[in-house]
Design a protein around this ligand. Structure first.
Ligand SMILES: [Zn+2]
Length: 90
């Protein structure tokens, strides 16, 4: 798989990386970590899993049944994940 744009959901930084390059620099990102289109952390090497959408759902801070009630940045992250294709971001 070639390089594709990675976007950290916490700090918003983007980087054009291959999956191996992303993994080696500490990103939690599909396809090495998690699956496309499935909620899991999308973070760069500097950000914490505890600031991710995935974590907030695990902690019960966000209700998956009511995403319209979420803060806008959380909804943006959900939309990003749900819009992923097998090649990463569209
Ligand atoms: Zn980050």
């Amino acid at each position: 798989m070639g390089a594709f744009e990675h976007r950290c959901e916490v700090c918003g930084t983007t980087a054009l990386l291959t999956p191996d390059e992303a993994f080696d620099s500490g990103w939690d990102y599909p396809p090495r970590m998690g699956m496309w289109g499935v909620i899991s952390p999308r973070t760069c090497g500097h950000c914490s899993i505890a600031d991710t959408l995935w974590w907030a759902i695990q902690q019960g801070e966000l209700d998956l049944a009511d995403p319209m009630g979420w803060p806008e940045d959380r909804r943006t992250t959900l939309a990003q994940i749900l819009n992923e294709s097998q090649e990463g971001l569209r």
